[in-house]
Design a protein around this ligand. Structure first.
Ligand code: ZN
Length: 605
């Protein structure tokens, strides 16, 4: 006799109250007492988020009637011995407009399985069926559904029944409900759709054409056929937001309305370039982290932190390739790419924490440090995204230089795909280093000791010169200067400006310091994050006026600052510092023909 599978019935029951109702039926519960757990984190976002806190009600029954569940820990329940099937009904509060949990109102619904689906201990490897019903609410008439969960009933975009082969797959296909716009494209024969939620007008043809170029480039980079038979970009468009989370055949994104391409746009705007970079990033994860995985994630343990020193490779190398795929696919120009690269380098060079934390440590401690940043983050931490991406650039150029352009990071990625992605064997903690050394036929432990396990800056001046590029450092022109381009103001003039060494926001008619850089002028004056500076030399300053006043004074002048620490007024003597030269831009050397040829092979333009 064939038993029916585990089944979850999902109803967006109360859009105004933001409640999903989910009923789990376990046809054959564990006779010893079925244990149920909800994940505490979602893969791709390395923070314990305690999804169980959003369960607002829970009721269980078996063939005889209602039964009580015993709570074992913060996200684990145990049922008593059941007669027949076990049924557990929960209500989940869904009011987090992010890619990581769930959201429901009268405008749309979105959920990740990690927020809604209790895991049935001992049956995680059996098929998991999901029935998703439309909301019974007049303002939700006409809603459709978008997901890559394998479908059993209904047509494309219909509510219906779905089935995942196991729990791991079940929670790796987010679901969007609502009246969304769809932009379609085919990449290497695979149907792709961009599903847009939120009020938005865009040039759909442009979007479709650009995404197609990026997706085809990446599929061909790793080799056809693509590892998925369809792909969805589930995108929530808001006034102000940015983020993405990768899944095996889809991604959930949040972006600014202003990032959407408008009809008549020629070169991508900065916002649109950022959106394409985000799509490219999450899409690259289809291979790098969703299939090529660290051994620490095979399988994921969703009940606790999963530590690995390799996030610099899974996030950092993905960050290196996201923008690189834009230029290689012809979506942006070489000049635009070099600007992006200069900005990434600037974001690393400006962070003194890179001398305190290696990217291997940043990876391991992501859970407690990167995802829990405070006012001291810039002094103590480095991002495994940005520094990992710079390490990827350095490793790529190093491999090319050592092997006379025979081997590059591209070969490393493809070898990882063949040995780990296609086999399902996790990458051991030393796997990237061992493989890189093998491919280039040389011991790369010095490189990994310095750049990955150590805190050295890579010798990029030298490595980029090999590509016909000059690496420049200069002072920032203003707090908005992201780098990537030469200064519009003469460097000598910039060097005459004083530097505060702190980040500032407007608060209480003053300038609140949100971050104080170790060793900078503010730090030497004794100012602390949280202080609200109200006057410089007896005159009021509000917000960034403080930065301007310090800049005008110039290095070495003495200034008297009045600031509130909590509610106590304090006086500080501040001597502006000379500006740090940490803004990076790259320049093409017009006379280096060999470098230009190598750069063409690298960037594909
Ligand atoms: Zn990522």
């Amino acid at each position: 006799m064939k038993h029916s599978p585990l089944t979850y019935r999902v109803i967006p029951r109360d859009p105004a109250g933001h409640l999903f109702a989910v009923t789990l039926t376990v046809p054959r519960p564990d006779p010893q007492g079925q244990v149920l757990t909800l994940p505490v984190w979602i893969p791709g976002s390395y923070l314990v988020r305690e999804f169980a806190k959003n369960i607002v009600s829970m009721a269980a029954r078996d063939a005889r009637g209602p039964i009580s569940l015993t709570k074992v820990d913060k996200s684990t329940w145990r049922a008593p011995r059941c007669e027949g099937a076990l049924e557990v009904a929960i209500e989940v509060y869904a009011w987090d407009l992010s890619v990581r949990t769930a959201h429901l109102d009268e405008t749309h619904g979105f959920f990740n399985g990690t927020s809604l689906f209790l895991a049935v201990q001992g049956q995680e490897h059996t098929p998991h069926r999901v029935v998703i019903e439309p909301p019974d609410h007049p303002r939700c008439a006409g809603w459709q559904l978008a997901t890559t969960l394998p479908r059993l009933t209904g047509g494309e975009w219909d509510f219906g029944t779905f089935e995942a082969p196991d729990y791991d797959a079940l929670v790796d296909h987010p679901v969007e409900l609502g009246t969304f716009q769809v932009v379609s494209l085919t990449a290497c024969g695979v149907p792709h759709h961009l599903v847009l939620t939120g009020r938005v007008e865009l040039d759909a043809e442009r979007m479709s054409a650009d995404l197609q170029k990026i997706c085809e480039h990446q599929i061909r980079f790793f080799g056809e056929p693509a590892p998925m038979d369809r792909y969805l970009f589930l995108t929530t468009v808001v006034h102000n937001g940015y983020g993405g989370l990768e899944h095996r055949s889809s991604t959930a994104l949040i972006c600014d309305r202003s990032a959407m391409p408008k009809p008549g746009m020629e070169a991508p705007t900065e916002g649109y370039r950022g959106f394409l970079g985000l799509c490219s990033h999450e899409y690259f994860h289809t291979w790098n982290v969703k299939r090529i995985k660290p051994a620490a994630f095979t399988p994921y343990d969703l009940t606790r932190e999963n530590h690995t020193t390799l996030l610099w490779a899974f996030e950092g190398l993905t960050s290196y390739y996201d923008d690189l795929a834009l230029v290689r696919s012809g979506t942006i120009s070489e000049a635009s790419y070099l600007e992006l690269l200069g900005r990434t380098l600037t974001s690393v060079w400006r962070v003194p924490g890179r001398f305190k934390q290696s990217v291997a440590d940043a990876s391991f401690d992501a859970w407690t440090k990167f995802y829990r940043q405070d006012e001291n983050a810039a002094n103590a931490l480095i991002s495994y995204y940005t520094k990992g991406s710079v390490a990827g650039l350095a490793l790529d150029l190093e491999l090319r230089r050592r092997t006379h352009d025979r081997v590059s990071l591209d070969d490393l990625m493809r070898a990882l795909w063949q040995r780990h992605g296609q086999t399902g064997v996790g990458v051991p903690e030393d796997g990237i280093e061992v493989l890189a050394s093998e491919l280039c036929g040389a011991d790369l432990s010095d490189f990994f000791d310095e750049l990955i396990r150590g805190t050295a800056d890579p010798a990029l001046g030298e490595l980029l010169a090999h590509m016909g590029l000059r690496f420049h450092l200069r002072p920032a022109q203003s707090p908005d200067d992201k780098g990537g381009a030469p200064s519009g103001t003469a460097i000598e003039q910039l060097r005459r400006k004083g530097e505060l060494g702190a980040k500032v926001v407007v608060q209480d008619s003053g300038a609140k310091l949100t971050e104080v850089i170790l060793g900078g002028a503010a730090w030497r004056a004794g100012l602390a994050a949280g202080d609200v500076v109200v006057a410089v030399n007896g005159l009021r300053v509000v917000g960034r006026e403080l930065i301007d006043r310090v800049a005008e004074a110039g290095p070495g002048k003495s200034l008297t600052l009045h600031a509130f620490r909590r509610d106590e007024l304090m006086t500080f003597s501040l001597t502006p510092a000379a500006p740090s030269e940490t803004t990076v831009w790259l320049e093409v050397d017009p006379d280096d023909a060999e470098g230009a040829a190598r750069r063409k092979a690298w960037l594909g333009v």
